[in-house]
Design a protein around this ligand. Structure first.
Ligand SMILES: Nc1nc2c(ncn2[C@@H]2O[C@H](COP(=O)(O)OP(=O)(O)OP(=O)(O)O)[C@@H](O)[C@H]2O)c(=O)[nH]1
Length: 345
């Protein structure tokens, strides 16, 4: 008799679009429904900050310091295998990094399903609607084209952060994504709030739709409309996968030695070069008693009180394109030194 397969969902979407916000809601929903979700969390930085938002009892596998869609190839299959055999979950959410191309992850999960009892049911892409709209109107660079690929691969599309857009802008971004992906269901969301039964429907609809859609996305991918730096020197040049590198994207992880002043930190973040488009961290401030989870996405800053799980240092990860890590590091060290002097005076 064939073994029951564990449902897998890929959560895709550019950096800071709202994937973790969706993930935590989905976990709550499925847990309340008596099912056992597990998570594979991939982060570009060296620390898993998003994992802080996931309840302790949820089995989680972390792939840190790189992007599963290229550098850690093979690790994803290992993580899937360990979760399936060790935890027997009912479903697994793979939260990709914001810079991942879902096609590569689809390929890897599909390959893994040949030997591990898992089944990819859907790709859910969360779109930062204001960001997509602005990029569409202005630069249309690498980020824009990656977002387009993430949108093309989706079965379900969340046009998120609609609280930041006017109705007419919503219509514009809606038309854009429907043109790129006529197959997906499109939802307007605020803080990735959806009726989670829609995910269950995706689970029931199963594979057929996926196959149709993946071939559509692959076809588009092959048309060369994407913008990754394909690594043609790669040893598997002739295989069917499209390896690419994220050479343009970099991350700097800063471990703080002391608490810093919250206002000075906010000012520092507001003055970050525009090439730094995402940052997050867990921080202690010299002028507050609790610790904070800090988020910076597409020029919006957010601080939420947090009591971290385990022994987490004060740390922040800065992600962007071709920015000077040294400049960011120096600014943070200066901030620490000023805060240290103020504390001693
Ligand atoms: N205004 C607004 N902010 C939102 C919305 N959804 C999420 N955010 C905020 O956007 C920031 C990033 O959200 P996350 O859920 O961490 O995004 P992510 O896609 O997981 O980010 P990465 O893991 O870095 O790729 C957080 O500060 C969220 O609170 C929304 O609908 N509106």
């Amino acid at each position: 008799m064939s073994q029951k397969r564990v449902t897998v969902y890929i959560l895709s979407g550019f950096l800071g679009s709202g994937k973790t916000t969706l993930l935590t809601k989905a976990i709550d929903h499925f847990t309340e429904a008596g099912r056992k979700p597990a998570v594979i969390m991939n982060e570009i930085g060296e620390v898993n900050l998003d994992g802080q938002l996931v309840a302790n009892e949820v089995p989680m596998s972390e792939l840190l310091g790189g992007c599963i869609c290229c550098s850690s190839r093979g690790d994803l299959a290992t993580a899937l295998n360990e979760l399936v055999t060790g935890e027997q979950p009912d479903l697994i959410f793979i939260e990709s990094t914001g810079i991942a191309n879902p096609l590569e992850i689809i390929d890897e999960v599909t390959d893994a399903s040949l030997i591990i009892p898992v089944e990819l049911k859907a790709v859910i892409t969360v779109v930062d609607a204001p960001q997509l709209l602005e990029l569409n109107r202005t630069s249309r660079g690498k980020t824009y084209r990656l977002m387009k690929e993430q949108i093309r691969c989706a079965n379900l599309l969340l046009l998120n952060k609609t609280d930041l857009l006017e109705e007419v802008a919503l219509q514009e971004v809606d038309a854009l994504v429907r043109d790129w992906n006529p197959y997906a269901s499109v939802l307007f969301t605020v803080f990735s709030q959806i009726d989670m039964r829609l995910i269950e429907v995706l689970e029931e609809e199963g594979q057929a739709r996926n196959a149709e859609q993946a071939s559509h996305a692959h076809a588009s991918h092959d048309e060369g409309e994407h913008d990754h730096d394909h690594n043609h020197d790669h040893a598997h040049d002739n295989d069917r996968h499209h390896h690419h590198s994220h050479s343009h994207v970099m991350a700097y992880t800063h471990f703080f030695e002391r608490a810093v002043d919250s206002n000075a930190f906010e000012e520092l973040v507001s003055k970050l070069p525009q090439e730094v488009y995402r940052a997050k961290g867990i921080l202690s401030f010299s002028d507050t008693s609790s610790r904070f989870l800090f988020q910076y996405a597409y020029r919006e800053m957010d601080f939420v009180k947090i009591t971290p799980k385990g022994n987490v240092p004060d740390v922040a990860v800065f992600i962007g394109e071709n920015f000077s890590k040294d400049a960011v590091r120096s600014a943070l060290l200066k901030l620490e030194s000023i805060s240290g002097m103020a504390a001693n005076s």
